[in-house]
Structure formats: structure tokens, C-alpha cells
Design a protein around this ligand. Structure first.
Ligand code: ADP
Length: 865
């Protein structure tokens, strides 16, 4: 029973336990299973049973709530993620589609590659290749490059350059075509690769070639046109030569006033025509690219004065004052092309005078030294009609003038300034203009030229240091310029604008014991007359003060009247430096005493030969021959004639001449050949070379060199004038002049250079006879060796070698004073630098000739020493 009771109790207890513990626990377990199977976190455990079980169920449910909440949140995020992925994928697809569209729409082939391996290409690339896209992907991009282009492409890829470059590509069918590539590094499928855009430039290249060809053809046509114009101009010059020459000769005879007027008109018109022809000739030379420049030592001051001569008369006639101002101590001795610079000056000064009715024209020259160059500033200012603002740029164009009515009034073709600007620019300078209508214009030329180191300064000239001067002039500008010039000469100078004041000052200075040595007196003073004022000045100074008259026009009184009034000299303004100095030296001779130097006359006298020159004129054209003969005759030179080169050589052989004027272009044998033949005979016979002066209508640069190269000593440009012939004769026969004063002092033309300058040689040898002997001995072996080296270089093609050899020869020759040899060497050097090998070779003959002459001269020094 106990057992049974125990069993019963156990059974009851078990039932109770099941109801209170097992059941709720099982329910919890079921719910847990359900949850894990169905993932339904919304289920909850019923809260019942004992206290502990209740707590458990509550805790279980709380946990479920949290799990459910997390589950919700997770779900939300997953949905968002999925949505985003879908969106992004769509966007990507759109972008890829757009890229493909773009890539296939462009005219450029596009290629992605990694170190050459093609990753992707667009359709155009495939088309360019002549195959499909698939054929290209995976292959090496460099395979499609022509061998010549490959290194460049590799280099561009390696340097990651973005600059476009041109290559030759190969199509599938082997055809080659030019292409332009522009490459760039980009991110592609997660990698850094290069994308290259390629463009087929076959058409462009064809167009370029076509363009080049037509441009060349046009240029050629233009050149031919210019050449034609140049030839025509040349042909026109020849008869003009006759017209001008004959008209001038007629003017030199006795004529009735009417006849004189006719002849003068012929001469003037022909001169105008000649100037025009020369402009056109220049213009066509510029067009044809045939403009060459010379390098010769020149003094800008001389060029300014020479240029002024052409307008002096015109300015005087119009009553326009001409002023020249040169900054004191300006480095004006430079190396340049005198003819071209003069041409520029003449154009600017000529225009200034032409377009100015009253007032003045001022030529103002300044320069500053910088390194081995002189930076020149030349201003030509006038008080003329001026140029309207809108037209300023146009006046430098060819055939352009401000307005047609002024053209009728002043003449001209509108070429001058265009040529001027071109010339200046070719020389490395610039010309500008400032102008105001009705007030005037200022043309400014700036130009930097090498300094001429070969010339010495004129230190031997007399100085007027310590002398007092007073400038009495009406014109303010002229007065101050004159004072500056006197100061530059060493005077202590003052100014006054009335003659009365001048007289008073002179009197005062005299009583103070500091008299003026000089009064410059304007001959334009009218009341009282300059003559009477001069008399008063002399009287009031007790004869201590000298008067020099000046004026823009001819002196209004005779030399006797001047002398009578105590004024020694008249200086026409503007006075060129030599003339001014000469006049002052003459006037102040008593004061200069020891310093006194011979006065230099301005104009050479005619017929001033100490004993007659024997001259031969070789010229085929009747009229030109006649002109030359008359010109010579008027210079007191009687001449024989030859009608062509052959006759010239014959006459030379039979006669004895000091000088031959040789036309260059003649039938049978031209002037060059005749000269060579004559030189040949002279060499063979050991004769003293006759002076041969070429007369040529082949104007401008290069011709002189050609003449010299053929053995001529000098050259005259046609039409030859009395002045040019006289100057040439004076240059070559200075000792034959009766009036030594007119012999040119400074000679710029190479004709003054000597075969051997002893002065230079002595200078190099510091005047030591032993050193001289040594130098001579060395030179006699080194010079021929250097000439041989030059000859060898000339046989080859290497222009730099020629240049160097010529340069060496030049240096060596120069240092011992072999001037002529140095000169030819210099020409060869220059030609070589300009790439004219043929010209260089042509000169070898003269080099040898000059070498021979130099060696002879050296031998003489050797024996003399
Ligand atoms: P032209 O042969 O007509 O003088 P240029 O080329 O020398 O040709 O000059 C062109 C034009 O520029 C002239 O016709 C004139 O109208 C103008 N000009 C040149 N210089 C001056 C000046 N100093 N004053 C006024 N106008 C000028």
C-alpha cells in the first residue's frame, strides 16, 4: 500500500509537474521550433504557470520582440540595397550605351591599350583599319605602325605625352596612310591604361601639299613678275641716262632764258622719272626677295649730310628751314649699308620737305653705345600738313598716299615709305610716325648697327677750346642748334635773337676785358642790315671779334662787301661739319695760331688736275659715251674711246692710260671680261695696274662686289654725273689734284684699302724692325697655306668649312695689314654664311691674285727691312 500510495503520489506529482512545468516548457519549445521553421517572429509564448515560468515566458517574449524588430530592420535594408543595385546597373548600362554611341559616332578611331595591348576599340577604329573591332582587340597596337613612326609612338606612350603627333599607319590590306594621334592616360575597367584618338589625315595632307604647291607657284609667278619689272626698270634707266646727261650738258652751255627753262624742265622731269624707276626697281627687288645688304664702315653723320644735299635747294626755294642736330659724342660710326641707309634718309627728309610749306624740317640724330653696337635714333620732324590719324598705318603700304589731291600737288607713287620700312626692318630696325594734321609729323627710325671699330676718332682736329662765341640768329631752333654745335667744338657759346643785343653784348664784353672771339650773325636780319651790324661789332670790340654770316639762302651780299664789313666768311645753313669747321678755322686763324689748320673747302673746283690724266672710256652706247666724254672734258680730262671690250683691251695695249671708265655690258667682250684680260696682260708684263672704274646700270648691292671681283677698282652707278666721276677720280688720284684740299680725307669704299698697309703692319709689330721681319717671314708661309686650305674647302661642299677657312684667312691678313686680301676673305666668309658656295668659289681667283700681290709687297718689306 505504501508502495501503491507512493506510486499514486508520484503519479499525482508527475501530473502536477506536467501541468505546471513540463507543459509550459514544451509550449515554449514548440514556439521556438515554429519560429525557427517559419521565421515568424510575431509569435508569442502564453504567459502562465508558476512565477518562474511566467518570468521565463515574459523574457522569452521580450527576446522575440527584439528579434522581430531586428528582422524588420534587416528586411528594410535588404530591399533598399536591392533597389539601389538595380538602379545603378541601369545607369551603368545607359552610360556604356552612351559611350558606345559616342565612340562610334566620332570620326576618330578610339583605342584603349595597355602598354600596346589593345583592350577595346570603337567602330571607326575598325573601319580605319579596314577590318572589324574583334580583329583588333587583343593585338598589339604598335604592329599597325609604319616602322618609321614606331619609335615616336613608343616614346609618346612612354612619356605619357598628351601632345598630338603624326604617324603613318598600316591598314589590313597593307595600305599606309597618315594619321594624327592624341593619347591620354585614363582609368579603364579599374586599370590605368591609355586611350588614343586617331584621325586619318590623308585628305588634310593632300590639301596641305596642294596649298604649298599653289603658294610656290604663286610666289614663282610673283618672282617672275618682279624680275620682269626689274629688267624693264633697268632698260628704262639706260635711255634716261642719256636724257639726263645731255640735258645737264646743255644746261652747262650758254642758253637763252627760255632754252634754259626748257632744258631745266627736261632735266627735272627725267630726274623725277629716274627716281620713280628706282623706287619700282627696289620694290620689285624686295618682292623678288633679291635685296642684299652690304656691310661697310659708314658714319651716319656723313650719310645725313649727303642726304640733305638732295633737298637743300627745294627747302630753300620754299623758305623751309632745314636743321640738323647731332647729339655730341654720339657713336655714329657704324657698319652698315650706306646706300640703303641713305635711301631711307632721302625718302624721309624728302617727304618732310615735300609736305611742308612753312616752318622747318629737323633731322635729329642720337645714338648710344651698348655692347658692340650703336643704338641709333633718327628723327625727321616737320611742321608740314601732317597725316590724319586714321591714315597713319596706311602710309607704309605700297602705292598708298593720304589722298589723291595731295598726290597731284606733290607727286610721288606712294612707294617710298613702303620701301623705307622694308629696308629698315631688314636691317633689324623700325620706323614709326607721330603726326597731327596741320601741325606736322615726326618719323622716327631706330636701328642698332655694329660699331665700326676699324676707324679711329678724329683726335688730330683743331679744338676751339677756350674761345667765346655769340650766336645771333632769328630762328629759335636754329640758334640753339648752332650754339650746341659750337659748344661741341669747344667754344663757350651764348645766344641772342637780335643783332642789336649782339652789338651791345660785344661792346660790354670788350670793356670787361673778356671779348667774344666770334659772332655768328644771321644774314636775314634786315634792320639794320647785317653788314652794318657786322661793322659795329668789329668796331665795338676793337677788332677782337670776328663775324661769320649764316643763312639758309645764298649770301645777300658779295664777298667784297663781307670782307669790307669785317666778316670773313659766310656759312650756308645747315652747315656740314667739315664746312663749318673750315669756315671757323678761317675766321679765327689769328686766334688759333699754332692750332691753325688748313681750311677744307666744301666744293671741289673743276679742272683742278696738276697734270692731265690719261683716260679711256669704253662704252658701246653712243649717247652714254658722249655723256662720259663731255663730263670728263668739263673736269679737264681728255679721253680716248673704245666701242666695246675688245677694243678697250687693244687700246690699253697700245696706249698708256691712268684710268679706264669701263661699261659693264658691251657686245663682243663685256667690261668684266675686258678687265680680266687687261689684268692678265698687266701680270704677264709686270705692269703697274691701271685704275679701272666700272660704269654700270646694274644698280645697288652686289654689283660693286661683282666689279671688284673681276678686278675693277671702283664702280659708278649710271647715270654717271659730273660729281660722281669727279669724286671717283679724286679718290684714285689724290696726288694729281692741284688743290689737295679737295682730295677726300676719309674713304669708305674698299678701293682705298691697300695690298699691304705698312702702318697696320708696324702697329702689329709695335714698330720693332725685328718683329716686323719675323711677322713678314711667317706671313709669307702661313698666308699661302691658309689660301690653300680655303681652296680645298671651296672644292668641297661643306659651307661651314669655307666660312671658317675664310675667317681664318681674314684674321691673319688683317693682322698684318693685308687689307685687300682680308677684304676678299671677308666677302667669302659672308657669302658662305649666306650659303652662296658658288659665289665663294668665284672669288677664289681674286684671293690668289691678292695673295700674289700681298706676297710681292711682303717681299719688298722684307728686302727693305
Ligand atoms: P610718295 O612717293 O607719295 O611720297 P611715300 O610712301 O613716301 O610715297 O609716302 C606716302 C604718303 O604718306 C604720301 O603720299 C603722303 O600722303 C604721306 N606722307 C609721307 N610723309 C609725310 C610727311 N612728312 N607729312 C605728311 N604726309 C606725309
Amino acid at each position: 500500500a505504501i508502495f501503491a500510495v507512493t506510486l499514486l503520489l508520484a503519479g499525482l506529482l508527475a501530473v502536477r509537474l506536467r501541468a505546471f512545468i513540463t507543459e509550459p516548457v514544451n509550449r515554449l519549445a514548440r514556439i521556438a521550433t515554429d519560429i525557427s521553421e517559419r521565421s515568424d517572429y510575431s509569435l508569442r509564448a502564453p504567459v502562465g504557470g508558476g512565477e518562474e515560468l511566467k518570468t521565463l515566458a515574459v523574457a522569452f517574449n521580450h527576446m522575440l520582440e527584439q528579434v522581430e524588430d531586428r528582422d524588420h530592420r534587416l528586411l528594410g535594408q535588404q530591399e533598399w540595397l536591392e533597389k539601389t543595385v538595380v538602379e545603378r546597373t541601369a545607369e551603368l548600362a545607359e552610360s556604356e550605351r552612351r559611350f558606345r554611341q559616342l565612340a562610334s559616332a566620332t570620326f576618330e578611331g578610339i583605342l584603349f591599350h595597355d602598354q600596346g595591348t589593345i583592350l577595346d576599340v570603337n567602330e571607326m577604329m575598325g573601319r580605319m583599319y579596314g577590318g572589324s573591332v574583334e580583329e583588333l582587340v587583343g593585338r598589339n597596337a604598335f604592329e599597325f605602325l609604319d616602322a618609321g613612326s614606331e619609335p615616336l609612338a613608343r616614346e609618346r606612350v612612354a612619356s605619357d605625352s598628351g601632345e598630338p603627333y603624326e604617324v603613318v599607319l598600316i591598314r589590313k590590306n597593307g595600305e599606309r596612310f597618315p594619321a594624327e594621334i592624341r593619347g591620354k592616360s585614363v582609368e579603364f575597367r579599374g586599370k590605368r591604361v591609355r586611350v588614343a584618338a586617331l584621325r586619318d589625315i590623308t585628305e588634310r595632307k593632300k590639301a596641305e601639299a596642294l596649298l604649298r604647291e599653289s603658294k610656290e607657284r604663286a610666289e614663282e609667278a610673283n618672282r617672275m613678275k618682279s624680275e620682269f619689272v626689274a629688267n624693264m626698270s633697268h632698260e628704262i634707266r639706260t635711255p634716261l641716262n642719256g636724257v639726263i646727261g645731255m640735258a645737264n650738258l646743255a644746261l652747262a652751255t650758254e642758253l637763252s632764258p627760255l632754252q634754259r627753262d626748257y632744258a631745266q624742265t627736261i632735266s627735272d622731269s627725267a630726274q623725277t622719272l629716274l627716281a620713280l624707276v628706282e623706287d619700282i626697281l627696289d620694290f620689285s627687288k624686295i618682292e623678288a626677295g633679291k635685296l642684299l645688304f652690304e656691310d661697310t664702315p659708314v658714319d651716319m653723320v656723313d650719310l645725313v649730310w649727303q642726304s640733305i644735299q638732295t633737298v637743300r635747294a627745294a627747302a630753300r626755294e620754299k623758305g623751309v628751314a632745314l636743321h640738323v642736330r647731332v647729339a655730341p659724342d654720339a657713336p655714329t660710326r657704324v657698319v652698315g649699308d650706306p646706300m640703303r641707309i641713305r635711301q631711307v634718309l632721302i625718302n624721309l627728309i624728302g617727304n618732310a620737305v615735300k609736305f611742308t610749306a612753312k616752318g622747318y624740317v629737323l633731322i635729329d640724330l642720337a645714338a648710344r653705345r651698348e655692347k658692340e653696337r650703336s643704338h641709333l635714333t633718327l628723327k625727321v620732324a616737320d611742321t608740314g600738313i601732317g597725316i590724319p590719324e586714321g591714315r597713319i598705318d596706311a602710309i607704309f603700304d605700297s602705292f598708298t598716299q593720304v589722298d589723291a589731291s595731295t598726290t597731284r600737288l606733290f607727286g610721288g607713287a606712294g612707294l617710298g615709305l613702303s620701301i623705307t620700312r622694308t629696308l629698315i626692318r631688314k636691317m633689324g630696325g623700325e620706323v614709326t610716325v607721330e603726326s597731327r594734321v596741320g601741325e606736322g609729323s615726326v618719323f622716327t627710325v631706330t636701328l642698332a648697327l655694329p660699331l665700326d671699330r676699324s676707324s679711329s676718332s678724329h683726335s688730330s682736329l683743331v679744338s676751339f677750346h677756350g674761345l667765346r662765341a655769340l650766336v645771333a640768329e632769328i630762328d629759335t631752333l636754329g640758334r640753339s642748334i648752332f650754339r650746341e654745335r659750337l659748344e661741341a667744338l669747344g667754344f663757350a657759346a651764348e645766344e641772342t635773337d637780335t643783332s642789336g643785343d649782339a652789338v651791345e653784348r660785344v661792346a660790354r664784353a670788350h670793356t670787361q676785358g673778356r671779348p667774344y672771339d666770334l659772332v655768328i650773325l644771321d644774314s636775314a636780319f634786315t634792320d639794320p642790315t647785317p653788314l652794318s651790324e657786322a661793322r659795329r661789332i668789329v668796331a665795338r670790340s676793337g677788332g677782337a671779334t670776328r663775324v661769320v654770316f649764316t643763312g639758309f639762302s645764298d649770301p645777300p651780299f658779295s664777298a667784297e662787301q663781307m670782307a669790307d664789313a669785317g666778316g670773313a666768311v659766310f656759312i650756308g645753313r645747315p652747315a656740314n661739319p667739315a664746312r663749318l669747321r673750315g669756315a671757323l678755322e678761317e675766321a679765327l686763324a689769328h686766334r688759333l695760331g699754332e692750332r691753325k689748320a688748313k681750311s677744307a673747302g666744301e666744293r671741289p673746283q673743276s679742272g683742278a688736275w696738276e697734270y692731265p690724266l690719261r683716260c679711256l672710256v669704253a662704252e658701246d652706247v653712243d649717247i652714254n659715251r658722249k655723256v662720259a666724254l663731255y663730263l670728263l672734258e668739263s673736269l679737264g680730262v681728255v679721253a680716248d674711246v673704245a666701242h666695246d671690250g675688245r677694243e678697250a683691251v687693244e687700246k690699253f695695249l697700245n696706249g698708256e692710260y691712268d684710268v679706264i671708265l669701263m661699261d659693264c655690258a658691251m657686245p663682243h667682250m663685256d667690261g668684266y671680261e675686258a678687265t680680266e684680260a687687261i689684268r692678265e696682260r698687266e701680270r704677264a708684263g709686270g705692269l703697274t695696274p691701271v685704275i679701272i672704274i666700272a660704269m654700270t646700270a646694274h644698280v645697288k648691292t652686289g654689283d660693286r662686289e661683282k666689279c671688284l671681283a673681276h678686278g675693277m677698282n671702283d664702280y659708278l652707278s649710271k647715270p654717271v654725273t659730273r660729281e660722281s666721276v669727279q669724286a671717283a677720280l679724286a679718290l684714285h688720284f689724290p696726288n694729281r689734284l692741284a688743290d689737295k684740299a679737295i682730295a677726300p680725307k676719309k674713304v669708305a669704299a674698299p678701293t682705298d684699302s691697300q695690298t699691304l698697309s705698312l702702318a697696320r703692319l708696324r702697329e702689329s709689330a709695335m714698330n720693332d724692325p725685328e718683329i716686323i721681319a719675323e711677322i713678314v717671314a711667317t706671313a709669307r708661309t702661313t698666308l699661302p697655306a691658309q689660301v690653300e686650305r680655303l681652296a680645298e674647302a671651296l672644292r668641297g661642299e661643306a659651307v661651314p668649312l669655307m666660312e671658317r677657312a675664310a675667317h681664318t684667312l681674314k684674321g691673319a691678313s688683317r693682322s698684318i695689314g693685308a687689307e685687300r686680301l682680308a677684304e676678299v676673305a671677308h666677302l667669302i666668309e659672308k657669302d658662305a654664311r649666306e650659303g652662296n658656295a658658288d659665289l665663294c668659289r668665284d672669288r677664289l681667283g681674286i684671293v690668289r691674285k691678292e695673295l700674289a700681290a700681298t706676297l710681292t709687297a711682303l717681299a719688298d718689306v722684307g728686302t727693305a727691312g
